[in-house]
Design a protein around this ligand. Structure first.
Ligand SMILES: Nc1ncnc2c1ncn2[C@@H]1O[C@H](COP(=O)(O)OP(=O)(O)O)[C@@H](O)[C@H]1O
Ligand SMILES: C=C(OP(=O)(O)O)C(=O)O
Length: 407
């Protein structure tokens, strides 16, 4: 546990430790000890309890190390907006010319994978802040999924797994100590926690200028969202507030089949205020600094889960490259039905026919039905936000609502 925290947190220098003083926050991790689920409001034997006044967190009934960093992430979602700083559940990297990209997304959608890019500087894979001066990482390490990890597809993550990295839930040969990354017998959610400097092109300290691109990642198991769409500001807010993905078996216990899930601001579990507060801050910052929003589907193509296949990682990487380089901004676009998304007709290195999902489905009727089904789920999910007024009048709320599916 101690080593895990050492891998993940920003490590103070020996000089800083000399005058460290009193910690700002204390975590009591008693993960082996279950909480009493007969306590009022307790629905399971696991609890993460926060006391903001005492600056304490107590973890009971779970030995998943990620709870420590995600618990403090909730604290940041309370403290930062009070200082006009936006906390982000996103990965972040920077190109050689200083262009910063944010990668929002729920667990398993590709934040770690796509922010770890050999041609760019890694600022962080999961938790950031966006202030008046730019972006900064909250953490000092990464937490990569290592199920089916391969040296060829993800060389930087592969090479980061060395002495000092904590691998969790993996199965390895006791004699050779070689890990079998294909083994799911403990869980699919196998992990490697390593200090960020284990990635060769990490940007230390992990800070950067204002983002140029804001990429919203969704792993769509329905297979109807396009691999990439350019979003206007209202659409960015709509999809940010919706926080859609399809949970793939992995991080969350008991999830064996993918299912649609909506998590406001791509982090409902962490936000402490109304989602529109974070969305309005994001929109304001994007507008002020001229950032473009994108929706990238890292999920299924050619059919829904079961009949189609997950979009190939090299194609997603090509799409992301075209966003970073700016070439996608100048592509030709067409509008999709139902979601009204602007999709490019060509992306270098990606077969053009996959850019519009309808082309990849053999059964067009099934495609239309699935598209409407997902559109309906988005609409239903958004009902809870329609009554909330942002600003003095209702204009912004209406504009965001109009940016959702229309049928
Ligand atoms: N097209 C794709 N884009 C991104 N990730 C993909 C793709 N296809 C498969 N994957 C896999 O999905 C997982 C994404 O997980 P990860 O990057 O850790 O997500 P997050 O950091 O958002 O939790 C990785 O195991 C990655 O190899
Ligand atoms: C650490 C986590 O984040 P992610 O799965 O996005 O890496 C987590 O969800 O526990």
């Amino acid at each position: 546990m101690d080593n895990w925290v050492g891998c993940r947190c920003i490590r103070p220098s020996p000089e800083e430790l000399e005058s460290f003083g009193t910690p700002d926050f204390t975590i009591y991790n008693a993960g082996q000890f279950p909480c009493n689920r007969y306590t009022h409001y307790m629905t399971s034997s696991t609890s993460i309890d926060l006391n903001l006044a005492r600056r304490e967190m107590v973890i009971l009934g779970t030995q998943y190390a990620g709870e420590m960093k995600k618990g403090l992430f909730s604290v940041m979602h309370y403290l930062m907006p009070k200082r006009q700083i936006l906390s982000l559940h996103s990965g972040c990297n920077m190109g050689k010319s200083g262009d910063v990209a944010l990668f929002f997304g729920l667990s398993g959608t590709g934040k770690t994978t796509l922010s770890t890019d050999h041609n760019r500087y890694l600022i962080g894979d999961d938790e950031h802040c966006w202030s008046d001066t730019g972006v900064s990482n909250i953490e000092g390490g990464c937490y990569a999924k290592c199920i089916d990890l391969s040296r060829e597809k993800e060389p930087d993550i592969w090479n980061a797994i060395k002495f000092g990295t904590v691998v969790e839930n993996v199965v390895f040969d006791e004699h050779t100590r070689e890990v079998d990354y294909t083994d799911k017998s403990v869980t699919e959610n196998t992990r490697a926690a390593y200090p960020i400097e284990y990635i060769p092109n990490a940007k230390i300290p992990c800070v950067g200028p204002h983002p140029k691109n804001v990429i919203l990642l969704a792993c769509d198991a329905f297979g109807v969202l396009p691999p990439v769409s350019k979003l206007n500001l209202a659409q960015t807010m709509y999809h940010f507030i919706s926080g859609y993905t399809a949970l793939v078996a992995g991080t969350e216990e008991g999830v064996k089949e993918p299912q649609a899930t909506f998590s406001a601001c791509f982090g409902a579990a962490f936000i402490m205020m109304h989602p529109t507060k974070y969305a309005a801050m994001l929109a304001e910052k994007m507008q002020k600094h001229g950032a473009t929003g994108w929706l990238v589907n890292t999920g299924w193509s050619g059919g829904r889960y079961g009949s189609g296949k997950r979009i190939k990682l090299p194609y997603t990487r090509k799409i992301i490259d075209a966003i970073h380089s700016g070439s996608l901004l100048n592509a030709n676009y067409k509008k999709t039905k139902v979601f009204g998304l602007e999709i490019p007709t060509e992306v270098e290195g990606v077969p053009s026919e996959i850019l519009d999902p309808v082309n990849t489905w053999a059964d067009k009727k099934a495609y239309d039905e699935t598209l409407l089904k997902l559109g309906g789920l988005f609409k239903k999910n958004f009902e809870t936000f329609t009554t909330y007024k942002i600003g003095k009048d209702n204009n912004l709320t209406e504009e965001i609502l109009a940016a959702g599916p229309n049928f």
